[in-house]
Design a binder for this molecule. Sequence first.
Ligand code: NAD
Ligand code: TYD
Length: 352
Amino acid sequence: MPKKILITGGAGFIGSHVVRLFVNQYPDYQIFNLDALTYAGNLANVADVADKPNYTFLKADITDTEHIYALFAEYQFEAVIHLAAESHVDRSITNPLAFVYTNIIGTVNLLNAAKNTWKDISNRNHRFYHISTDEVYGSLEHGGYFTETTPYDPKSPYSASKASSDHFVRAYHNTYKLPVVISNCSNNYGPNQFPEKLIPLIINNIQQKKPLPVYGKGENVRDWLYVIDHARAIDIVFHKGKNGETYNIGGFNEWKNIDLVRLICKIMDKKLGNPEGTSEQLITFVTDRAGHDLRYAIDASKIKSELGWQPSVTFEEGLERTIDWYLENKAWLESVTSGSYQKYYEEMYSQR
Ligand code: NAD
Ligand code: TYD
């Protein structure tokens, strides 16, 4: 197996869990965490592995061709696990171009660097693993699941940019025989998620006694997976997945937004010692997201039957652990909500 692994986006939410898992589980691998540290990147997320001898952090922007090529030349990465992305749908609605730059151009930049560096492309040590989302398949009505053969039908600028990057990854496999593998995962939740996404936003706002914004009528459905189970799936696909294949990852765990928000309110009231019903009073129905996808639901049977992966944590356990983590890590929450991370992000994009 490859030993020099470039993980992109490793200071972000999912990437930090993947970096931690690889650094701790594979002491004989060299793990390179490449991240631009945008508003979503936070080195505190990987502070516990920062001093490990098999870990190196590289601050770089995946859209910077020269820098990316120089890093491939210097470190001769054997494999890539690519997570760096702009990841929030609402931001993609206000600033779609940022998503085109990072998610599409950044991905093609990495594909080119891998293709040009890996002279013997058939070497079994090489692998380009692209992490994607179920949102590329579009929106389901009230029945059925996304499978690996569901036609792409992205409906937001975010999902359109991820769909485009997936197409490029497959095109590089078809055209240049680049050894690639792709996985498309459902909504993740867990420690270290930036509090712009639904679950940490609701936890944070309950603590701050702020309104809990529910878009539209809260009827939209998402399929939630604990982030550490996603990281476990990434480990398995990286080591056992077949080149050219796609694997859908999900927990068969669908929740209507309003039901999920009410559940979080209930757990938080218990933990904070509030009378039941206190936090629910903060729920505020707000204007719906433009083009809001109704329902996502993943059929994860292929990864289970072919690679033997399934979630290890129930939703009740995962949510409990997540809420506990946010309650125990108030300093983390304060530092990411203070806005200091925005500075680099704003400077980067104001020049475009
Ligand atoms: P995140 O926004 O928390 O983290 C993204 C990371 O990428 C950050 O550390 C950021 O600094 C870095 N980054 C952004 N632009 C960069 C650039 N130009 N160059 C280098 N680094 C850059 O995202 P996440 O939720 O951890 O998602 C990681 C990946 O998983 C993404 O590709 C996303 O599409 C995919 N995904 C996410 C979910 C989910 O529910 N969060 C579900 C399925 C798939
Ligand atoms: P989000 O966490 O942004 O993930 P995604 O849009 O990628 O699914 O949102 C999850 C769901 O919660 C989605 O249907 C939008 C909804 N939502 C709200 O109702 N209120 C909010 O403040 C946010 C951020 C999301």
